[in-house]
Design a protein around this ligand. Structure first.
Ligand SMILES: Nc1ncnc2c1ncn2[C@@H]1O[C@H](COP(=O)(O)OP(=O)(O)O)[C@@H](O)[C@H]1O
Ligand SMILES: [Mg+2]
Length: 226
């Protein structure tokens, strides 16, 4: 199994209060699957993505990705894991407003030192072409529609050639036409590039196009974990 979450619980502790965000969650995801994580607000969707993405550690339980246990990995190992495996996409895009579309791809990628600086520009342009936004390469984020901004964010997520895309409410701020376009783009990445796609979402349009829906409620899996 490509991704295996085993009896995972997550508590957020601050001072004397502790919030239980996930409780005894077990699920598995195959390589190349296209999965939605559904559930009401506060049910633990974002927490689960953060744990699978190696952004945070579980309080209990284990997580394996591609045969490696990431739940016990050091920060250093996790940052390598994220660079090698993960592309993150968010509801709010998080583009850097002072940079052009093209620079929003090349600037963060410079730090990963995966590519030579000279190659980076052409790699970024190819990705922008692939997601259909190369004609806006020299524009600034404020000049883009929500759908266009999300394309740029997806291109940015692809620059390290991720094996897994984790998207958190990626259509949450888009109208229905842009939602459809962005879902089609995720389907293309899944089908053509064999990227495993995991989307936390309320959006029934995304659920419809998923191979499987994992439903969370109050931090537990109520449906679709296996
Ligand atoms: N950093 C945090 N500190 C404290 N509580 C948190 C934190 N992040 C999430 N929570 C709590 O954990 C629960 C699950 O949150 P979350 O994973 O964001 O759910 P969802 O994405 O489904 O809305 C909620 O009760 C939320 O308030
Ligand atoms: Mg959330």
């Amino acid at each position: 199994m490509f991704i295996k979450v085993q009896n995972v619980s997550k508590y957020y502790v601050s001072g004397s209060t502790s919030v239980r965000a996930l409780h005894d969650v077990s699920l598995s995801i195959k390589k190349g699957e296209f999965v939605s994580i559904a559930g009401p607000s506060g049910s633990g969707k974002t927490t689960l993505l953060n744990l699978i993405g190696g952004i945070d550690h579980p309080s209990e339980g284990k997580i394996f990705v591609d045969g490696k246990e990431i739940s016990s990995a050091s920060e250093r190992e996790l940052s390598k894991y994220r660079r090698e495996y993960m592309g993150f996409v968010f509801q709010r895009f998080y583009l850097l407003p002072q940079f052009t579309v093209l620079e929003n791809l090349t600037f963060p990628a410079e730090f990963t030192k995966k590519y030579k600086k000279n190659d980076l520009r052409s790699i970024a342009i190819k990705l922008l072409e692939y997601v259909g936004i190369a004609h806006k390469s020299d524009r600034y984020p404020t000049e883009l529609s929500g759908g266009e901004a999300q394309r740029v964010a997806i291109a940015r997520a692809l620059i390290n050639r991720p094996k897994i895309i984790l998207a958190d409410e990626p259509t949450g701020e888009l109208d229905s036409e842009n939602t459809e376009n962005i879902i089609s783009l995720f389907k293309k990445l899944n089908f053509n590039d064999k990227i495993t796609v995991i989307i936390a979402t309320h959006d029934p349009e995304v659920w419809k196009r998923s191979q499987r829906i994992i439903r969370l409620k109050d931090g537990g899996v109520v449906h679709g974990g296996k």
